[in-house]
Design a protein around this ligand. Structure first.
Ligand SMILES: Cc1ncc(COP(=O)(O)O)c(C=O)c1O
Length: 447
């Protein structure tokens, strides 16, 4: 009797802790699965027991693949142990300045060097004769570019467009979604970032395909590979009046093949979030051809945050250096594969699992991507994007609701300027969550 009540008492404590986790989603602790999952209040004792004992997700457990938190990479960096540990004494980085001679004077030279080294290793972007501007995530850099390329004397705000499906969510939806999810990544939405300050300089004008051909200046965002559908993209408006911003967050060899000529656009945005997975470090960089644009971007960052954290830059520099070392000095890395080999294999495995589950269930379809030869790895492969653009086939019109009914949280195609038959699913969670998702998806079928 005493033993029974002890077990029950113990279980109640565990149960309370799990439910408290729902209220206080703790984004700082990486190891526990409850970061992405929570238990419904009406879940039975028996189901909870099964979950705790077998580590298999009961059907009542919510699998949250709505946002693209790149925790998939955690394991790799854990394997590398102290190689990326950075110790910063209290007296260091007191000054606002990193290098007063540099146009972007708050860019830590170590971080700048690590960026150049990485691009040269991968061959995905030209860095020669480019200005590097560092930002607090590429989210800040996107705003900095809008500020830098729009004209302060224009009679009306310049239109900002991107070809649908683009990364989007409306402000009203955002408020209700935030109440539900506290999903930080939602804030990265292009329309929202463009319009949230109601700038007189620029305004969101939606799908680039629908931009009126009136010869007015415009800004076109080209995200390639694209979020949400993973497609490789080029600009669609093609008018001399256009200013192009290339968001190349996912142009890395674990996601897509790298072309034999490095990307050479006027303004290119990158982020450590999707390169190495260090989204919490909040660092992005822009490679910019034009001196004036780079200067105005720097000005924006000075006006909004007087620079970018040096501690973050030093940590990111270390991580990028170790990444490059893992390829260039393979022999010294007995504990793990080179970073892009490891991450390529993991993405390939996940896409194979995903396509297998889709085939088994018969309710869904996924886009097919053309094969490309990767100048970095020498492999010939089809893109394996960070997000899956899943379509509900047949009579299911609202794919997000359908999956939600099975406790799988995704983001509807309608948030991206597309049909509700589509959802976007993150392919970047930790292994455990992804495997649970695959199990559940495979089990859904039309019978
Ligand atoms: C295409 C694209 N650009 C930029 C970002 C934001 O990157 P960061 O974390 O550097 O702000 C995201 C985040 O999901 C993204 O998908």
């Amino acid at each position: 009797m005493e033993l029974k009540s002890m077990i029950l008492g113990h279980f109640l404590v565990v149960s309370l802790a799990l439910n408290a986790g729902l209220l206080y989603k703790d984004y700082s602790k990486g190891k526990h699965k409850s970061q992405h999952t929570f238990i419904f209040k009406n879940e039975s004792l028996v189901t909870k027991m099964a979950f705790l004992e077998t580590n298999k997700a009961p059907l009542t457990e919510v699998i949250d693949l709505d946002h693209g938190d790149p925790t998939m990479y955690e394991k790799y960096w854990q394997q590398l142990g102290d190689r990326t540990t950075v110790v910063i004494p209290g007296w260091k980085f007191i000054s606002y300045f990193s290098d007063k001679r540099n146009l972007c004077w708050f860019l830590e030279p170590e971080f700048g060097d690590a960026i150049i080294r990485l691009h040269k290793l991968v061959g995905n972007a030209v860095t020669d004769d480019r200005y590097i501007v560092v930002g607090t995530g590429s989210t800040q850099l996107f705003q900095a570019v809008l500020y830098a390329v729009s004209s302060p004397n224009a009679s009306e705000p310049i239109n900002v467009v991107s070809a649908a499906p683009f990364y989007s969510v409306s402000l009203l939806e955002l408020v209700s979604l935030l109440e539900l999810l506290s999903s930080l990544e939602l804030l990265c939405s292009y329309p929202l970032i463009t319009d949230f300050l109601k700038s007189g300089l620029y305004k969101w004008a939606g799908d680039a395909h629908k931009l009126e051909k009136d010869n007015k200046p415009y800004i076109e965002l080209v995200t390639s590979p694209n979020n949400p559908d993973g497609s490789s993209r080029q600009s669609v408006v093609n008018n001399k009046q256009g200013i192009l911003i290339h968001d190349l967050a996912y142009y890395w060899p674990q996601y897509t093949s790298i072309s034999s000529s490095p990307a050479d656009h006027d303004i290119m945005l990158f982020t450590v979030s999707k390169t190495t997975g260090h989204a919490g470090t909040r660092l992005g960089w822009a490679l910019v051809k034009d001196h004036e644009i780079a200067k105005k971007m720097t000005e924006f960052i000075v006006l909004s945050s007087i620079g970018v954290s040096k501690e973050s830059q030093i940590r990111a520099a270390k991580i990028l250096q170790v990444l490059s070392d893992s390829h260039e000095n393979k022999d010294h890395f007995k504990e793990s594969q080179p970073f892009f080999h490891h991450s390529y294999n993991l993405m390939a495995k996940r896409w194979k699992q995903l396509r297998g589950a889709v085939k088994t269930s018969k309710l869904f379809s996924l886009p097919e991507f053309p094969h490309g030869s990767c100048a970095f790895s020498g492999r010939n492969f089809a893109s394996q994007p960070a997000f899956a653009w899943l379509k509900c086939e047949g009579e299911i019109e609202d794919c997000e609701s359908f999956l939600r009914d099975h406790n799988i949280l995704t983001r509807s195609g309608k948030h991206f300027g597309d049909s509700a038959k589509y959802v976007r699913i993150s392919v970047l969670p930790r292994d455990e969550l992804f495997d649970q998702f695959i199990d559940r998806l495979s089990a859904l079928n039309s019978t």
